[in-house]
Design a protein around this ligand. Sequence first.
Ligand code: AHM
Ligand code: MG
Length: 335
Amino acid sequence: MKRLITLGEFIIQQQSEYPGAKGEMSQLLSALLVAGKMINHQVQRAGLNEGVLGATEAENVQGETQQKLDILSNNIIIEAFERRQEVCGIASEENEKVVLLEKKYKESGQYVLLIDPLDGSSNIDVTVSVGTIFSIYRRVSPEGSESVLQDFLQAGHHQIAAGYIIYGSSTMMVYSTGNGVNGFTMDPGTGVFFLTHPNLKIPETGPYYSVNEGKMHLFPPEYQEYIQTCKIQENKGKKKLFDSRYTGSLVADFHRNLLKGGIYLYPPSTFHPNGKLRLLYECNPLAFLAEQAGGKAINGKERILDLVPTELHQRCPLVIGSRKMVEDFEATLDQ
Ligand code: AHM
Ligand code: MG
């Protein structure tokens, strides 16, 4: 049997289709991959290494308790880019401000990186899948100058690449550079990622809905109504028959729905009026992937990728997944 193409080979192949490409994107993706492998190693060994599991005393800028692995993963990613020239700055869910890289790079780098270093941190201690989500934009500030906040506050449709590395029962990298979505699985023996899920397309509709129903009574009535219609009815003749699947790791819930079909909702609530998820680090990159795979992502009303961010750590409601399911949700709102 012919062996599968590796991620490295795939990147080179893609690059050769763009005459004039200088290989910066390839360098950037390979730096992310190195960081991802190191985070994966830490996640796998978390229970064995002393002082890696559990929460820290610290809170991030959103007032959420930081897990030790959140901070470790954040540092791993920043270190992976510190000595490279592709990126001029990094915005992270775990840092209050943008991290500018060494002077010589922060001026020459063409791209900015936005990351959720370890999504689903509440699951780290219980061995449920977590992941690193990333998003890449071309800077808008002039080359040769220091990166500015506006480089990071671009609408999601300007992303030039986005994806995630999921640390689950297997480790996968799923990403898009705006030309479809491809998934690569790591061979644990060699650490090499192989193209196992070429040209991923999310099914038009699927068997799952994913939402934290424990918070149902805090959601707006229209969301409660829609969720009610998702539930399996005794009468098999009913239109919607969905099973509920919610891990509390967005990246894991999104990944399952991407492969099998489904809808994920993080609604606004009385507790979180704009939802809990971050537009820049979570909603935008996954919305980019969803659309590239033929799915849809909205904040309840508008297309996620058209929202113009005003703050680094802005929150945003999210309804994302199979196109028809998201459209059915919209139809419920219109009734
Ligand atoms: P995190 O990035 O700090 O882990 O927070 C985001 C996570 C998502 O992965 C997940 O879908 C959501 O928060 C779960 O929140 P809740 O416990 O309110 O359902
Ligand atoms: Mg997250």
